[in-house]
Every structure is written in structure tokens, then in C-alpha cells.
Design a protein around this ligand. Structure first.
Ligand code: ADP
Length: 364
């Protein structure tokens, strides 16, 4: 479980509300993934748009435009990529940006694709520049240039590819170079789920896991899952563990409360990293504003973890504000931690619209 390390830092990989998937839970996740668009709760806009794009492609009998899915981890990007392939009745090839460090890695994947196949590129923002350039050409012209030899004697041999569909996923759409972003004819941005949608997801997961779950137990888990299905499913499994160890046969409200308290998930779904970020902001920087990298050092985390895992939810819930001069705690953050803001900063950032970042360049 999550907890402070000996050096006082927080182990983000072990956080129970960390939305990143761990290897040992991939199998359970695979079993819980909805397989078709019609079974996919939440994200109504992206779902309807995707439905239109895929239905039209199916009727034309041609691959659809390439699809880019962006949003915080655990919201269903991989699930939707699998659904795209299933709806098109095509096989899917799965790889990720970090696995493609050389253009040659990408060339060998591309040259082995079958006609109509779906290529899922997770963490596409982490691909090397050379691979990115090869991908532009492949996405637009269905062609790659294979370079043979080195130096002045090198020759590029063009290789035609059968039409295929790229589904790219990224937690940081802003990092994608514009030419790559432009090659995607459809972009879907996934947002945090409502508690009502998470209830639907949890009911389905409980059924698939063979659990009997009370409505108020499920609702309690849904409201503490940071709007994220991966976290909801993980918390459900911890509540099931708690119930089983305590000789209970159902997922009940008291079981949910006890288990979530044990794993340091508070009543707003904030965990140790979230509270660590807010505590650092309030206690060490008098509420901010403070730069992202300084804040990350204060909580013993990578700036990227703070920015992609903790921050989107804290901003969305109104605990944290992104200002042109850095991150700042809102009045709600002080209140949630039971702290009193210093008189001169009191409520300073609370008057800003909380879910709309102020204009200007953000520090990062
Ligand atoms: P991402 O690729 O965005 O990190 P995933 O697609 O891997 O997220 O989703 C993580 C887990 O959450 C999956 O195992 C899946 O079971 C579950 N999940 C995600 N979105 C949904 C949804 N809309 N309905 C049901 N389960 C979902």
C-alpha cells in the first residue's frame, strides 16, 4: 500500500489511488474492460462522436481517420482503443512510445501491419523524434522510407503500406508536435467521470467479480475514486478484501468506509500524494503560488507525476489553482486540511474561476 518512504517521499507507484496500471493488475483490468461502445458507460460526447466515425467507416468499407485519445491515466483510453478495433472487426497491434526509440522499431511494426489493422500507440508523446517523423508519412501516405546503409552511400527505399488506423493515446496532448497532432482526423478528450457513471461501472465490475454489493457501499466507493474507473475498480477490490477478511459476504457501506480509511483515501477521494501536494503548498509555501518543479521536490515526486496524476483532479475539484506564476492552494484546500490561511493571502486564489485556468503562460 502507499506510504511515506524512509526519506519522507511518497511512493507514487504504490498509491492506491494512483491511476497508472501496475503489471499485476493488468489481468484483472483486462477482464473488466467493456468490449463494445454500447457497453462503455460515461464520456457520452467522445462515445457518440466515435460511434459516428466508426459507423461511417464501416459503411464505406474503408479504415476511419486516425484517432487520438487524450486525458489523465485510468479514464479508458486503452479500453476505447480496443473497442475501436472490435467495432471495426479488425485485429489490434499494441505498442507504446517508450518502446519505439528508433525509427527502425516503428518501421518493423508498420511493415508487418495487415490491411485495416488498428495500431494502438500508447504514450505517443514519448516516441523519439525520428520515429515521429516516420509516423507522419505513414499516417498520411501509407508509406515508409526504409534507409539502407549509412553515410553518403545510404539509400532510402520507399515501402508501400496497406491502409491501417492509428489510435494514439496520451496524457499530455500539449506535448505532441503540431504536425503529428494534425495527422489525427479525430481527437477525443476524456474527462473525469461523474459519480453516477462510476456507480454503473462499479456495479458491472462487482457482477463480473461475483460480488454482492449494496448500493450505498458502491456509491461510497464511486464518490472516493477521483472520477477514475481504474481507481474505482481497484478500491472495489480492496473493499472486497476487507469484507472477506472480516467474514462479511457483501460489499457494504461500513466495509467501504473502513477499507478506504485503512488505505488513506479521504472522504473527497484524496490520497497521500494529493494531500502531500496541498500540505506542501499551504504549510511550506503559504498557499503559493509556487512553480511546479519546486512543488514536486517538496513532495519528493517527479514533476510529471504531480502534473499528470495529482494536479488534474485537484484543479478539477477546486483544491488547486494554476496561475501564471505557479500553483496555488484555494480556500477549499485550506479548509479541507483544517488549516487557516495567512491573513494576507486569505482567499486570494479562491476568487478565480476554479475549473478555468487563468489566461497566460503557465509555469511548468
Ligand atoms: P487508460 O488507458 O486511459 O489509462 P484504461 O483504458 O486502461 O485507461 O482503463 C483502466 C481500467 O478502467 C480498465 O481496466 C477498465 O476496466 C476500466 N475502465 C476504463 N473506462 C471504463 C469505462 N468507461 N467503463 C468501464 N470500465 C472502464
Amino acid at each position: 500500500m502507499s506510504g511515506p518512504e524512509a526519506d519522507g517521499s511518497i511512493d507514487a507507484t504504490a498509491r492506491i489511488v494512483d491511476a497508472g496500471g501496475e503489471a499485476d493488475e493488468r489481468q484483472v483490468e483486462a477482464a473488466l474492460r467493456p468490449r463494445r461502445l454500447a457497453e462503455f458507460p460515461g464520456q457520452p460526447r467522445v462515445r457518440d462522436q466515435l460511434d459516428l466515425v466508426l459507423t461511417a467507416a464501416r459503411r464505406r468499407g474503408a479504415p476511419p481517420d486516425h484517432v487520438l485519445l487524450s486525458g489523465p491515466p485510468g479514464l479508458g483510453k486503452t479500453t476505447l482503443a480496443m473497442i475501436v478495433a472490435a467495432e471495426l472487426e479488425q485485429p489490434i497491434r499494441v505498442t507504446s512510445g517508450p518502446a519505439i526509440q528508433h525509427a527502425g522499431d516503428l518501421a518493423s511494426v508498420l511493415s508487418s501491419l495487415a490491411e485495416g489493422e488498428v495500431l494502438f500507440l500508447d504514450e505517443i508523446h514519448r516516441m523519439s523524434r525520428a520515429a515521429e517523423e516516420m509516423l507522419y508519412l505513414a499516417m498520411e501516405d501509407f508509406r515508409v522510407d526504409i534507409v539502407i546503409g549509412k553515410g553518403p552511400g545510404a539509400t532510402a527505399i520507399p515501402l508501400e503500406l496497406p491502409p491501417f488506423t492509428v489510435v494514439g493515446a496520451t496524457t499530455r496532448a500539449g506535448l505532441l508536435p503540431a504536425p503529428l497532432r494534425d495527422r489525427f482526423g479525430f481527437t477525443g478528450h476524456l474527462d473525469f467521470y461523474s459519480a453516477a457513471d462510476l456507480v454503473l461501472i462499479l456495479r458491472r465490475s462487482a457482477r463480473l467479480l461475483g460480488l454482492v454489493a449494496d448500493d450505498d457501499g458502491i456509491t461510497e466507493i464511486a464518490t472516493r475514486s477521483r472520477g477514475t474507473p481504474r481507481i474505482a475498480n481497484r478500491l472495489l477490490r480492496r473493499v472486497r478484501d476487507w469484507a472477506q477478511v472480516h467474514g462479511e459476504e457483501r460489499v457494504t457501506l461500513p466495509a467501504a468506509k473502513e477499507a478506504l480509511a485503512l488505505f488513506d483515501v479521504d472522504d473527497r477521494g484524496l490520497d497521500r500524494l494529493d494531500r502531500g501536494v496541498l500540505e506542501a503548498l499551504c504549510r511550506r509555501f503559504a498557499g503559493g503560488p509556487v512553480g511546479l518543479s519546486t512543488l514536486a521536490v517538496a513532495v519528493g515526486e517527479e514533476a510529471e507525476t504531480v502534473e499528470t496524476v495529482a494536479e488534474p483532479f485537484l484543479v478539477r475539484e477546486g483544491f488547486l489553482v494554476r496561475t501564471p506564476r505557479g500553483r496555488a492552494a484555494s480556500a477549499l484546500a485550506w479548509q479541507h486540511l483544517g488549516l487557516t490561511p495567512p491573513a494576507d493571502s486569505q482567499g486570494g486564489w479562491a476568487t478565480l474561476p476554479l475549473d478555468e485556468p487563468p489566461p497566460g503562460r503557465f509555469d511548468s
